[in-house]
Every structure is written in C-alpha cells, then in structure tokens.
Ligand binder design. Structure first.
Ligand code: GLC
Ligand code: CA
Length: 512
C-alpha cells in the first residue's frame, strides 16, 4: 500500500518555470527530464508536478480543457511517459496534479452542458434550473448558455464546478451524489486517474479535494466520495498514492487519502511558523509555535497516530519561505521541515533560497502568487540558465538581483542552504524514526517560548529534535540520556537531563 511514501521526500515542480529546452520561454517536460540528476543528487526521491494538461491557462493550468492530454507547450503524452520512465529508472516517484473540482470553460464537457438539448453532459456541472437563481454559496456563470440556468463556479469565474451532487438537498435541481449525473462525473474522473496510472504515474496531488460534494458542512458526502476513489485505487493500483489539498487531516485521511497538506489557510496555524508578523522561525524570537503544535497533536491523534500530514516549505499559492528569513534562519526551518512526520514537500527553488519577486504583473491568473512562480535559477548564464529565449519572452521574469542564488553557486559554496538541505535529507534517509511514519511526541512546545523540541521514534530508536531559531539561549529538562548527536547546526549542551540550546541552533540527538 504505497510503501514508497514511507521515506518519500517530495520536490514540487512548477512546469512552466523549471527548465525550458526549446527557447519558447516556458519550461517543459524535456527540461524536467534534463534536471532529474540534480533533483536526485539533492536527495529528493519523489516529485509533485503542477498541472501539465491542455488548458487555456486562465489559472496557470488549474483550468483543464483536456484531462488526458499534455499541454503542447510542455510537450506530448509521450514526453510525460518518458519522464515516468526516467524517474522510475532512478527509483523515484511522481504525483501528477488532479483537478477534480472544476474544468475550464473550454472543456468539451462544459460546451456540451451549455446546450438546451439534453445530452450526456447536461448534469456534468452544478446547474440551477433558472437563470435568475444562482447556486447558494457559490459564484456563478450566467447568461452564456442556451439552457435556462446558472452554473456554479469553484474558483475563478471561468472554472465551472463539476457536479458530484449535494449532501443536503434543498432545491429541486440539486442531485444526490448517488444520482446518475454525479455518478457519471465521478466515474469520468476515475477514468482520468486510470489513464495516467496505467501510463506509469504513481498517484496524484488532489486540488481542492474538500470541495466536491456541495452543501456538505461536515464533509461527510465528500469523505464518502473519496472512499470510493480509494477503493478503486486499492483494487487496481495498490501502489498509487493520493495526497490532498484539504488542510484537515482528520477528514481527508478518513476519506482514504494517504496524506494531507497543512496549508496557509484553514485551521492548522501553519502560518504562525513561517508567515505572520512574528513567525516562530524568526531569530527575533517573538513567535509562538504552541497553537500550531496543539492543532497538530489533535489531528495526529485523530488520524490514529498515522501522522501523514505534510508540511510544505511553500508552494505556488503562497509567498516563498525565504520571504521572512535569512539563510541562517532558513537552515533552521529546513531542520524542522525535514524532521517532521509525513513526507516533506519542498517547493522548487526553496532549497537555494529563491526569493518572492514583488510587484510583478499577474501572469495567467497568478495575481499576488506570481512572485512565487518565477523561473528556477540554475547558473550564471543568460536567464540564469532557465531558457535561451530573450528575457522579454520568459513566462515570468527572472529575479533581477545580481546576487540571486543559483544551483551552481550553491553547490560550490560549502555553507550554502542547498548543502545544508542535502545534509539534512541524508540524515533523514538514514534514520527510519525520522521518516514519514515515525512517531512524534512533543517534549517542549510552550506558549511564546523557545525552543521547540520533539522526540521522533520507532521500535528501534529515539531521536530528540531541538529547534531554537531565536537569538537567545534557552533551556528545558528532559528525562533522557544522550547517546549520539546525529545532526547539529549551532551549539547545544545536554547534561544530566538538562538541555541548553544556544542561539540559532538545531540538533538531532539519539537518546536512551
Ligand atoms: C488550488 C491550487 C491553486 C488554484 C486553485 C483552483 O488551490 O493550488 O493554484 O488556483 O486550487 O484550482
Ligand atoms: Ca519550452
């Protein structure tokens, strides 16, 4: 059952911005293939690839117009198949991005569903039965169809919501998830999964996974739906994995997801760590990780100690990790990210400290997110080695800073963030207790206090992790004896059960 997740460390690739091999200014699948050795050498053994399917790109590909066809700007289905093969050759895995909640208005299903005559796609989307009534709680598209009605949208106005039914039905046009229309939608999405899994993909990161069944306050309908998907996977593709963009692991894991993300929205307090005026990981030492830990432990307990909660470094929807931190602080962030349960997800470029670019004009529905989507910085050649197109033709501009970090410089500089990340990954991969399924017990996580300390363990070993991002010395007591320090950045002393952690330090210590 997706055993490979046990030690998976994911690298998130935004295909448009990774590596361009045909000088059109947009990254492509051949480009990803050409960088697999870098990814593997850094220590990653899995990839999450953002949507690479045919699309008018009104939301950077989250507006799919053909689920089973690679967008020509990225290459062909054959190229993607080749990527699967090259990854597997290196003992690596890949999750594609499944966008089950909505399509583009250009999708042929949607075009058919606009028609007045009843057809196979009439019930594929959430339609009311009269143009003057919008579906409650949703924005809608109206006035562009022959049929009488409004169509609900899931995100931007050009992303009509696919119809998986209503949990509580209050209007005559609403359907139950078991009705033929919603059932056909789910089967169509399962066919999409089957299509890519048969071609060699290893699973999916699922976009807006909580959004499918409507009027479903406690998510019971949506959980039931995902259980069906999981059953299909267990029967036909037992090694495949699904990871949800949901942010509530108690629900998503019950629905059968193998893992769930904590996100910059939702109840997790993830932002307290990295993205708020006084983040916990700032050296100012004024942050508070206690609320985060409280929620984490609640979820962890509810998921039966499975702990399959992924904490991303950042992603294409939020500011980059480096927005609030300098390199020393980032190293401590990574000591945390790479020592927590669940599979780590590192957003391309975060491993070298790439910056969020401010004040960029929105590209393909990116708006404020555009600054986190700039091209990967490989070396000191033109366009930082991303593309040989002329700079004005790049998908998004390159960070104009002369001192921008690059992979090439980071490899050379012994003190670089990249080298620290590599070291941390190597340690994680050598100690199963630190990997996805090792247990976690927090031993010091007090309100407005430092450090943060937890013990990761399995049946063979216990590893104490002590994280002190602050500029101050701090201490706490623990009933344990030091066995061996396995990782240390900055100083820490451990005597007679008392731990003193010096400013800006992180350590992993085997204990007895
Ligand atoms: C998710 C994606 C985001 C997209 C939205 C709509 O949150 O991560 O990029 O715009 O869903 O599909
Ligand atoms: Ca290209």
């Amino acid at each position: 059952m997706a055993k490979w997740l046990d030690n998976a460390i994911f690298y998130q690739i935004y295909p448009q911005s990774f590596c361009d091999t045909n000088a059109d200014g947009i990254g492509d699948i051949r480009g990803i293939i050409s960088k697999l050795d870098y990814i593997k050498e850094t220590g990653f053994n899995a990839i999450w690839l953002n949507p690479c399917f045919e699309s008018p790109f009104g939301d950077a590909g989250y507006d799919v117009s053909d689920y089973c066809k690679v967008a020509p700007r990225y290459g062909t289905n054959e190229d993607l198949k080749e990527l699967f093969k090259e990854l597997h050759k290196r003992d690596m895995h890949i999750l594609l991005d499944l966008v089950p909640g909505h399509t583009s208005v250009e999708h042929k299903w949607f075009k058919e569903s606009l028609k007045a005559e009843k057809n196979e796609f009439t019930d594929r989307y959430v339609w009311t039965d009269n143009v003057w009534e919008g579906p409650e709680g949703m924005n809608n598209i109206r006035g562009i169809s022959e049929r009488d009605g409004c169509c609900g949208v899931n995100f931007f106005s050009h992303q009509p919501a696919l119809n998986y039914g209503y949990y509580k039905i209050t209007r005559p046009w609403q359907m139950s998830p078991e009705d033929p229309g919603p059932t056909a939608t789910l089967n169509a999405m399962i066919d999409v999964m089957r299509f890519w899994l048969s071609m060699g993909c290893d699973g999916f990161r699922v976009d807006m996974a909580a959004s499918l069944v409507k009027n479903d306050e406690e998510s019971k309908g949506t959980i039931a739906l995902w259980k069906k998907v999981r059953k299909f996977l267990d029967e036909e593709f037992p090694e495949a994995a699904i990871v949800s963009e949901w942010g509530e692991p108690d629900k998503s894991l019950e629905g059968g997801f193998h893992m769930d993300f904590l996100l910059h929205f939702g109840p997790s307090h993830y932002n307290d760590l990295f993205r708020c005026p006084e983040p916990f990981f700032s050296k100012r030492g004024k942050g508070n990780a206690a609320e985060f830990v409280k929620r984490y432990v609640e979820n962890y307990d509810k998921t039966g100690g499975k702990g399959l909660i992924c904490i991303p470094s950042s992603n294409h929807d939020m500011g980059r990790l480096s927005s609030c931190f300098d390199i020393d602080e980032l190293k401590i962030c990574f000591a945390f990210l790479l020592s927590m349960p669940g599979a780590p997800f590192i957003y391309y470029g975060d491993e070298i400290g790439m910056k969020y670019l401010v004040n960029l004009k929105s590209v393909e529905g990116g708006y404020g997110r555009t600054g986190s989507r700039s091209p990967m910085q490989w070396d000191d050649t033109a366009n930082a080695g991303f593309s040989s197109a002329s700079p004005e033709n790049l998908y998004i501009q390159i960070d104009p800073d002369k001192n921008r970090p690059t992979v090439k410089n980071s490899i050379k500089n012994g003190d670089s963030l990249l080298n620290e990340v590599k070291k941390l990954i190597k340690i994680r991969q050598s100690l199963p207790a630190l990997q996805s399924c090792g247990k976690i017990d927090f031993v010091f996580a007090k309100e407005n206090a430092y450090p943060l300390a937890y013990v990761r363990s399995d049946e063979n070993e216990k590893i104490l992790v002590v994280i002190n991002p602050s500029e101050n010395e701090c201490e706490f007591e623990i009933d344990a004896v030091e066995d061996k320090v396995v990782y240390q950045n900055g100083n820490i002393s451990f005597k007679n059960g008392k731990i003193v952690s010096l400013p800006q330090s992180a350590a992993f210590i085997k204990i007895k």
